[in-house]
Design a protein around this ligand. Sequence first.
Ligand code: AMP
Length: 216
Amino acid sequence: MLRVVVMLGAPGAGKGTQAVRLSLALSIQHVSTGDLFREHLKRGTPLGSKAKQYMEEGHLVPDDLVVDMLFDRVKRPDCSEGYLLDGYPRTLHQAEVLEERLVSKIPMQVLELEVSDESIVERAAGRLLCDGCGHIQHEKYSPPEVAGICDACGGTLLKREDDRPGVVRNRLAVYHDQTQPLSDYYRQRDMLCVVDGSNAPDEVYEACLACLEEVG
Ligand code: AMP
């Protein structure tokens, strides 16, 4: 079924982990703006250099750069059956652009993962990201079978620079200030389903699926 799913939630709430499973279950493409920016950084593109400092400090990359990058990505053929957005929108302006371009044409649902700030800081401190395939693990909650090696592809697991506690607190402040108002925005449009993200990943996944089935 052609559809767009948006995942909202603080940085480290588990959007990435859930997004991978949900997009597979729904047979739609997972599109993470954070991953797209990290790819640009790795490849040293002009967009990567523009985004670098914002990302390192835990600030949002300016809207115009994000919007162009995202809509370039979703017009590719692998998104023709729909897509799941992980990390977009993060500002009211980004949500309005998405609405203008989409909502009248493609059904859209929004899932919000709710997790307390204290858990976010703890989760981020132990988060491990595979340099090769983007798989996410955690030192305490999903430790790799071999230290430092990705269980999924054998690549190298690294800590994200912006997961250091100081930067995470910045990212949380930015989240509360700029992104959280989107919950109300989508609630008013009757598109929002809130899931308790503090539960175990399997439970969160089931709750997300239930939400999507309810409205889908
Ligand atoms: P994420 O992996 O989603 O936590 O994103 C990592 C970083 O990329 C964020 O802290 C921002 O600097 C940048 N970024 C990702 N998505 C967006 C967005 N929609 N708007 C602005 N900045 C973004």
